[in-house]
Ligand binder design. Structure first.
Ligand SMILES: [Ca+2]
Ligand SMILES: [Ca+2]
Ligand SMILES: [Ca+2]
Length: 248
């Protein structure tokens, strides 16, 4: 039997940041994560729901590199679903691509969007794939790259939404090392941002939760990596009559 040396995959932090609060402090200081603060008003059918955990500015970028070349990886945010918003349909994903490192993301680079629902708020024991979509980067460095999700089915149940991306433009062993995932490291860290890798350095499409190599919150890989992905989503509360209910 041929033994193949397994690639050494390291999570790499691009720049050195300033001070960090402890994870405990960050959790204590966090606003309700996973959803914008909103005035409690009666839910209107078709009203938008915004999901975000970042503060809108990236202090750093993170990549998964194998020496001098880049691997593909999955990075995703775990958002809470308010039961009163069900059923919902994810209709937009927004990602900020930052110019904070070598070989930064460029307009036209291929990536993929992956959306999951989860019944138990624990990505580590799996979650349910909802929809994936191929995409190319539309804007970098100056504004969020807005990607409309064209064929997302309605999500009828679940307590969590996982919104993830894979850097498909990376070819292991070929593409120079880079740091595609922009991260907000301003405290509080909401401990909602996760990362996963595949042993091969190329992610399955869609990635299976949990991925078969490293998997966990970005915070779990060390305090200098902790933070919140600049990765957001917008959903629409789906009127029940549009859910394809059949009447016999
Ligand atoms: Ca789960
Ligand atoms: Ca920030
Ligand atoms: Ca933050």
């Amino acid at each position: 039997m041929m033994l193949v040396r397994q690639s050494v995959v390291t999570l790499a932090l691009l720049a050195t940041c300033g001070t960090f609060a402890s994870a405990e402090q960050a959790v204590q200081a966090a606003l309700p994560p996973g959803k914008t603060v909103s005035i409690p008003v009666r839910i209107v059918e078709g009203s938008p729901v915004n999901y975000l955990v970042d503060d809108g500015t990236a202090e750093n970028t993170i990549g998964v590199n194998n020496g001098a070349t880049a691997n593909q990886f999955l990075w995703f945010n775990r958002f809470d679903i308010d039961p009163t918003d069900l059923p919902l349909r994810v209709d937009q994903v927004q990602v900020f691509w930052a110019n904070l490192g070598p070989n930064p993301p460029a307009v036209g680079n291929a990536f993929s969007i992956h959306i999951y629902s989860d019944a138990d708020a624990n990505p580590a024991n799996g979650s349910t794939h909802v929809v994936s979509q191929a995409a190319t980067i539309g804007v970098v460095f100056t504004a969020f790259d807005v990607q409309n999700i064209t064929s997302a089915p309605a999500i009828a149940s679940g307590v969590n939404l996982h919104i993830g991306l894979v850097n498909r433009w990376a070819t292991p062993g070929v593409t120079p090392a880079n740091f595609p995932a922009s991260i907000d490291q301003t405290v509080p860290n909401n401990v909602r941002s996760w990362v996963g890798g595949d042993l091969t350095g190329t992610m399955a499409n869609p990635p299976v939760m949990p991925t078969n190599a490293f998997f966990g919150t970005i915070d779990s890989f060390g305090a200098t990596l902790a933070g919140d992905w600049l990765l957001r989503a917008t959903a629409t509360v789906v009127p029940v009559e549009l859910m394809g209910v059949t009447v016999e």
